[in-house]
Write a protein that binds this ligand. Structure first.
Ligand SMILES: Nc1nc(=O)c2c([nH]1)NC[C@@H]1CN(c3ccc(C(=O)N[C@@H](CCC(=O)O)C(=O)O)cc3)CN21
Ligand SMILES: CC(C)C(=O)C(=O)O
Ligand SMILES: [Mg+2]
Length: 286
Protein backbone atom coordinates (compact mmCIF):
# COMPACT_ATOMS: atom_id res chain seq x y z
CA UNK A 1 0.00 0.00 0.00
CA UNK A 2 1.28 3.46 -0.85
CA UNK A 3 1.98 5.60 2.17
CA UNK A 4 1.06 9.27 1.74
CA UNK A 5 2.92 11.34 4.32
CA UNK A 6 1.10 14.15 6.14
CA UNK A 7 3.61 16.58 4.65
CA UNK A 8 2.64 15.50 1.14
CA UNK A 9 -1.10 15.72 1.83
CA UNK A 10 -0.80 19.11 3.49
CA UNK A 11 -1.71 21.89 1.08
CA UNK A 12 0.06 25.22 0.91
CA UNK A 13 -1.27 27.51 3.67
CA UNK A 14 -0.61 30.78 1.90
CA UNK A 15 1.13 31.51 -1.37
CA UNK A 16 3.18 34.33 0.18
CA UNK A 17 4.30 33.59 3.73
CA UNK A 18 3.54 29.89 3.36
CA UNK A 19 6.01 27.45 4.85
CA UNK A 20 5.73 24.60 2.38
CA UNK A 21 9.04 23.53 0.83
CA UNK A 22 7.54 21.75 -2.17
CA UNK A 23 7.04 23.62 -5.41
CA UNK A 24 3.88 25.75 -5.80
CA UNK A 25 1.47 24.40 -8.41
CA UNK A 26 -1.50 25.79 -10.33
CA UNK A 27 -3.74 24.05 -7.78
CA UNK A 28 -2.30 26.31 -5.08
CA UNK A 29 -3.12 29.32 -7.28
CA UNK A 30 -6.73 28.16 -7.60
CA UNK A 31 -6.97 27.64 -3.83
CA UNK A 32 -5.70 31.18 -3.20
CA UNK A 33 -8.53 32.61 -5.34
CA UNK A 34 -11.01 30.62 -3.20
CA UNK A 35 -9.48 32.22 -0.09
CA UNK A 36 -9.51 35.68 -1.77
CA UNK A 37 -5.79 35.86 -0.97
CA UNK A 38 -3.61 38.31 -2.87
CA UNK A 39 -0.18 37.23 -4.09
CA UNK A 40 2.93 38.72 -5.71
CA UNK A 41 4.69 37.71 -8.92
CA UNK A 42 8.01 39.00 -10.29
CA UNK A 43 10.01 38.33 -13.42
CA UNK A 44 13.41 36.59 -13.27
CA UNK A 45 15.94 35.92 -16.02
CA UNK A 46 18.84 34.12 -14.29
CA UNK A 47 19.46 31.56 -11.55
CA UNK A 48 21.11 33.93 -9.04
CA UNK A 49 18.38 36.56 -9.07
CA UNK A 50 15.72 33.85 -9.09
CA UNK A 51 17.22 32.26 -5.96
CA UNK A 52 17.01 35.61 -4.14
CA UNK A 53 13.35 36.08 -5.10
CA UNK A 54 12.52 32.44 -4.30
CA UNK A 55 14.12 32.74 -0.85
CA UNK A 56 12.14 35.97 -0.32
CA UNK A 57 9.01 33.85 -0.69
CA UNK A 58 7.77 35.13 -4.06
CA UNK A 59 5.49 32.22 -5.05
CA UNK A 60 5.38 32.72 -8.83
CA UNK A 61 8.31 33.77 -11.04
CA UNK A 62 7.78 34.70 -14.67
CA UNK A 63 10.61 34.23 -17.13
CA UNK A 64 9.20 37.11 -19.14
CA UNK A 65 10.02 37.91 -22.72
CA UNK A 66 10.79 41.29 -21.13
CA UNK A 67 14.24 39.63 -20.94
CA UNK A 68 14.53 41.15 -24.43
CA UNK A 69 14.83 44.73 -23.21
CA UNK A 70 15.75 44.01 -19.54
CA UNK A 71 18.46 41.38 -19.93
CA UNK A 72 19.53 40.92 -23.56
CA UNK A 73 19.81 44.51 -24.78
CA UNK A 74 17.05 44.45 -27.43
CA UNK A 75 14.71 47.42 -27.96
CA UNK A 76 11.59 45.39 -27.15
CA UNK A 77 10.34 41.85 -26.51
CA UNK A 78 9.79 41.20 -30.24
CA UNK A 79 13.24 39.71 -31.14
CA UNK A 80 13.31 37.17 -28.27
CA UNK A 81 13.72 33.59 -29.53
CA UNK A 82 12.71 30.16 -28.20
CA UNK A 83 16.42 29.31 -27.72
CA UNK A 84 16.84 32.36 -25.46
CA UNK A 85 13.62 31.63 -23.55
CA UNK A 86 14.61 27.99 -23.05
CA UNK A 87 18.15 28.80 -21.82
CA UNK A 88 17.05 31.45 -19.30
CA UNK A 89 13.95 29.53 -18.15
CA UNK A 90 16.15 26.51 -17.34
CA UNK A 91 18.44 28.79 -15.30
CA UNK A 92 15.48 30.18 -13.30
CA UNK A 93 14.17 26.67 -12.61
CA UNK A 94 17.65 25.61 -11.41
CA UNK A 95 17.84 28.64 -9.11
CA UNK A 96 14.53 27.96 -7.36
CA UNK A 97 13.00 25.34 -5.08
CA UNK A 98 9.54 26.65 -4.20
CA UNK A 99 8.35 29.11 -6.86
CA UNK A 100 6.09 28.12 -9.72
CA UNK A 101 8.15 29.10 -12.77
CA UNK A 102 6.11 30.38 -15.72
CA UNK A 103 7.80 30.74 -19.12
CA UNK A 104 6.62 33.35 -21.65
CA UNK A 105 6.09 32.07 -25.18
CA UNK A 106 7.96 34.66 -27.31
CA UNK A 107 6.62 36.48 -30.35
CA UNK A 108 6.31 34.12 -33.32
CA UNK A 109 6.32 30.92 -31.27
CA UNK A 110 2.52 30.40 -31.13
CA UNK A 111 0.84 32.77 -33.63
CA UNK A 112 0.86 30.13 -36.42
CA UNK A 113 -1.63 28.05 -34.48
CA UNK A 114 -2.25 25.49 -31.74
CA UNK A 115 0.22 22.89 -33.07
CA UNK A 116 3.10 25.40 -33.16
CA UNK A 117 2.10 26.60 -29.68
CA UNK A 118 2.12 23.03 -28.35
CA UNK A 119 5.51 22.27 -29.92
CA UNK A 120 7.13 25.33 -28.33
CA UNK A 121 5.35 25.09 -24.96
CA UNK A 122 6.39 21.43 -24.76
CA UNK A 123 9.99 22.49 -25.32
CA UNK A 124 9.82 24.90 -22.35
CA UNK A 125 8.30 22.20 -20.15
CA UNK A 126 10.71 19.41 -21.19
CA UNK A 127 14.00 21.28 -21.71
CA UNK A 128 13.64 24.08 -19.15
CA UNK A 129 11.32 22.44 -16.60
CA UNK A 130 8.78 25.27 -16.30
CA UNK A 131 5.49 24.50 -14.52
CA UNK A 132 3.37 26.65 -16.83
CA UNK A 133 3.63 28.87 -19.90
CA UNK A 134 2.17 32.29 -20.71
CA UNK A 135 1.05 33.62 -24.07
CA UNK A 136 -0.51 36.89 -25.20
CA UNK A 137 -4.02 37.35 -26.60
CA UNK A 138 -7.63 36.73 -25.56
CA UNK A 139 -10.16 35.41 -28.07
CA UNK A 140 -7.45 35.33 -30.74
CA UNK A 141 -5.34 32.86 -28.70
CA UNK A 142 -8.14 30.68 -27.28
CA UNK A 143 -7.46 27.72 -29.60
CA UNK A 144 -3.80 27.67 -28.61
CA UNK A 145 -4.69 27.78 -24.89
CA UNK A 146 -7.21 24.94 -25.33
CA UNK A 147 -4.74 22.53 -26.94
CA UNK A 148 -1.99 23.30 -24.40
CA UNK A 149 -4.34 22.74 -21.46
CA UNK A 150 -5.74 19.55 -23.00
CA UNK A 151 -2.13 18.37 -23.40
CA UNK A 152 -1.37 18.90 -19.71
CA UNK A 153 0.43 22.24 -19.86
CA UNK A 154 -0.99 24.90 -17.52
CA UNK A 155 -1.45 28.24 -19.26
CA UNK A 156 -1.41 31.80 -17.93
CA UNK A 157 -3.11 34.13 -20.43
CA UNK A 158 -2.24 37.81 -20.98
CA UNK A 159 -4.76 40.42 -22.20
CA UNK A 160 -5.12 44.19 -22.30
CA UNK A 161 -1.79 45.62 -23.48
CA UNK A 162 0.09 42.80 -25.21
CA UNK A 163 3.63 44.14 -25.73
CA UNK A 164 4.49 41.71 -28.55
CA UNK A 165 2.10 43.82 -30.68
CA UNK A 166 4.12 47.04 -30.09
CA UNK A 167 4.54 47.54 -33.85
CA UNK A 168 0.77 47.38 -34.35
CA UNK A 169 0.01 49.71 -31.42
CA UNK A 170 2.86 52.11 -32.22
CA UNK A 171 3.73 52.20 -28.51
CA UNK A 172 2.37 50.95 -25.19
CA UNK A 173 -1.02 52.67 -24.75
CA UNK A 174 -3.59 51.98 -22.01
CA UNK A 175 -6.20 49.43 -23.20
CA UNK A 176 -9.91 48.95 -22.49
CA UNK A 177 -10.87 52.63 -22.41
CA UNK A 178 -14.40 53.29 -23.70
CA UNK A 179 -17.43 51.00 -23.70
CA UNK A 180 -16.53 49.00 -26.80
CA UNK A 181 -12.94 48.31 -25.70
CA UNK A 182 -14.16 47.39 -22.20
CA UNK A 183 -16.64 44.87 -23.64
CA UNK A 184 -13.85 43.35 -25.79
CA UNK A 185 -11.62 42.98 -22.71
CA UNK A 186 -14.43 41.21 -20.83
CA UNK A 187 -14.95 38.88 -23.82
CA UNK A 188 -11.19 38.19 -23.94
CA UNK A 189 -11.16 37.39 -20.21
CA UNK A 190 -14.10 34.97 -20.54
CA UNK A 191 -12.54 33.36 -23.62
CA UNK A 192 -9.24 32.51 -21.90
CA UNK A 193 -11.05 31.23 -18.81
CA UNK A 194 -13.29 29.03 -20.98
CA UNK A 195 -10.21 27.79 -22.87
CA UNK A 196 -8.81 26.55 -19.54
CA UNK A 197 -6.24 29.16 -18.50
CA UNK A 198 -5.45 29.02 -14.74
CA UNK A 199 -4.77 32.77 -14.52
CA UNK A 200 -4.74 35.85 -16.71
CA UNK A 201 -2.45 38.88 -16.75
CA UNK A 202 -4.32 42.18 -17.17
CA UNK A 203 -1.84 44.76 -18.47
CA UNK A 204 -2.43 48.53 -18.55
CA UNK A 205 -6.23 48.64 -18.20
CA UNK A 206 -8.38 51.01 -16.10
CA UNK A 207 -8.60 49.93 -12.44
CA UNK A 208 -12.42 49.81 -12.47
CA UNK A 209 -12.44 47.48 -15.49
CA UNK A 210 -9.77 45.20 -13.96
CA UNK A 211 -11.89 45.00 -10.79
CA UNK A 212 -14.93 44.00 -12.85
CA UNK A 213 -12.94 41.31 -14.70
CA UNK A 214 -11.57 40.00 -11.38
CA UNK A 215 -15.09 39.76 -9.91
CA UNK A 216 -16.52 38.02 -12.98
CA UNK A 217 -13.81 35.32 -13.33
CA UNK A 218 -13.17 32.22 -11.19
CA UNK A 219 -9.49 32.18 -12.25
CA UNK A 220 -6.85 34.54 -10.84
CA UNK A 221 -6.20 37.94 -12.41
CA UNK A 222 -2.62 39.22 -12.29
CA UNK A 223 -2.46 42.99 -12.68
CA UNK A 224 0.29 45.20 -14.07
CA UNK A 225 -0.89 48.78 -14.36
CA UNK A 226 -4.39 47.45 -13.68
CA UNK A 227 -5.19 48.90 -10.25
CA UNK A 228 -5.40 47.39 -6.77
CA UNK A 229 -8.31 44.95 -7.13
CA UNK A 230 -6.64 42.14 -9.09
CA UNK A 231 -5.96 38.84 -7.30
CA UNK A 232 -2.21 39.20 -7.88
CA UNK A 233 0.27 41.86 -8.98
CA UNK A 234 3.29 41.41 -11.25
CA UNK A 235 6.25 43.71 -11.93
CA UNK A 236 9.43 43.34 -13.92
CA UNK A 237 12.06 42.70 -11.22
CA UNK A 238 14.52 45.27 -12.59
CA UNK A 239 11.80 47.95 -12.43
CA UNK A 240 10.72 46.94 -8.90
CA UNK A 241 14.32 46.97 -7.61
CA UNK A 242 15.45 50.19 -9.31
CA UNK A 243 17.86 48.39 -11.68
CA UNK A 244 16.28 49.47 -14.99
CA UNK A 245 18.15 52.21 -16.89
CA UNK A 246 16.11 55.33 -17.63
CA UNK A 247 12.37 55.88 -17.50
CA UNK A 248 10.04 53.24 -16.04
CA UNK A 249 6.26 53.06 -16.70
CA UNK A 250 3.97 55.02 -14.36
CA UNK A 251 2.59 51.85 -12.71
CA UNK A 252 6.04 50.89 -11.36
CA UNK A 253 6.91 51.34 -7.68
CA UNK A 254 10.63 51.11 -6.96
CA UNK A 255 11.43 49.28 -3.71
CA UNK A 256 15.23 49.68 -3.92
CA UNK A 257 17.87 51.56 -5.93
CA UNK A 258 20.05 48.64 -7.04
CA UNK A 259 21.34 50.48 -10.12
CA UNK A 260 22.76 53.24 -7.92
CA UNK A 261 24.07 50.68 -5.40
CA UNK A 262 25.83 48.51 -7.99
CA UNK A 263 27.30 51.56 -9.71
CA UNK A 264 28.59 52.85 -6.35
CA UNK A 265 30.19 49.45 -5.64
CA UNK A 266 31.86 49.35 -9.07
CA UNK A 267 33.24 52.90 -8.63
CA UNK A 268 34.55 52.10 -5.14
CA UNK A 269 36.31 48.96 -6.45
CA UNK A 270 37.80 50.92 -9.37
CA UNK A 271 39.12 53.66 -7.08
CA UNK A 272 40.71 51.08 -4.76
CA UNK A 273 42.45 49.38 -7.71
CA UNK A 274 43.67 52.63 -9.24
CA UNK A 275 44.78 53.95 -5.84
CA UNK A 276 46.41 50.68 -4.72
CA UNK A 277 44.07 50.10 -1.74
CA UNK A 278 42.87 46.79 -3.15
CA UNK A 279 44.03 44.09 -2.70
CA UNK A 280 45.13 44.63 0.90
CA UNK A 281 47.20 42.26 3.06
CA UNK A 282 44.14 40.16 4.04
CA UNK A 283 43.35 39.47 0.37
CA UNK A 284 46.89 38.33 -0.46
CA UNK A 285 48.73 34.97 -0.23
CA UNK A 286 52.38 34.34 0.70
N1 LIG B 1 11.26 47.14 -18.00
C1 LIG B 1 10.08 46.76 -18.50
N2 LIG B 1 8.99 46.88 -17.74
C2 LIG B 1 7.76 46.51 -18.22
O1 LIG B 1 6.76 46.63 -17.48
C3 LIG B 1 7.69 45.96 -19.54
C4 LIG B 1 8.87 45.82 -20.27
N3 LIG B 1 10.05 46.24 -19.74
N4 LIG B 1 8.88 45.30 -21.54
C5 LIG B 1 7.68 44.67 -22.02
C6 LIG B 1 6.50 45.40 -21.58
C7 LIG B 1 6.35 46.80 -22.13
N5 LIG B 1 5.62 47.44 -21.08
C8 LIG B 1 5.28 48.79 -21.03
C9 LIG B 1 6.14 49.75 -21.54
C10 LIG B 1 5.82 51.08 -21.46
C11 LIG B 1 4.63 51.49 -20.89
C12 LIG B 1 4.28 52.93 -20.79
O2 LIG B 1 5.16 53.77 -20.76
N6 LIG B 1 3.00 53.27 -20.71
C13 LIG B 1 2.55 54.63 -20.45
C14 LIG B 1 1.06 54.73 -20.56
C15 LIG B 1 0.67 55.50 -21.79
C16 LIG B 1 -0.77 55.83 -21.83
O3 LIG B 1 -1.18 56.63 -20.97
O4 LIG B 1 -1.47 55.33 -22.72
C17 LIG B 1 2.93 55.02 -19.01
O5 LIG B 1 3.14 56.22 -18.78
O6 LIG B 1 3.00 54.14 -18.13
C18 LIG B 1 3.77 50.53 -20.37
C19 LIG B 1 4.10 49.17 -20.45
C20 LIG B 1 5.39 46.54 -19.99
N7 LIG B 1 6.46 45.58 -20.12
C1 LIG C 1 5.25 42.09 -17.50
C2 LIG C 1 4.93 40.65 -17.67
C3 LIG C 1 3.47 40.37 -17.52
C4 LIG C 1 5.48 40.07 -18.94
O1 LIG C 1 4.80 39.55 -19.79
C5 LIG C 1 6.93 40.09 -19.12
O2 LIG C 1 7.67 40.50 -18.21
O3 LIG C 1 7.38 39.68 -20.20
MG1 LIG D 1 5.86 39.09 -21.57
Amino acid sequence: MTHVSPARKQSEKALYGGTGSRRITVRDIAAAKERAEKWPMLTAYDAMTASVLDQAGIPVLLVGDSMGNCHLGYESTVPVTMDEMTLLSAAVVRGTRRALVVGDLPFGSYQEGPVQALRNATRLVKEAGVGAVKLEGGERSAHQIELLVQSGIPVMAHIGLTPQSVNAYGGYPVQGRGEEAAQQLLRDAKAVQDAGAFAVVLELVPAELAAEVTRSLHIATVGIGAGPDCDAQVLVWTDMAGMTDGRVPRFVKQYAQLRQGLGDAARAFAEDVVGGAYPAEEHSFH
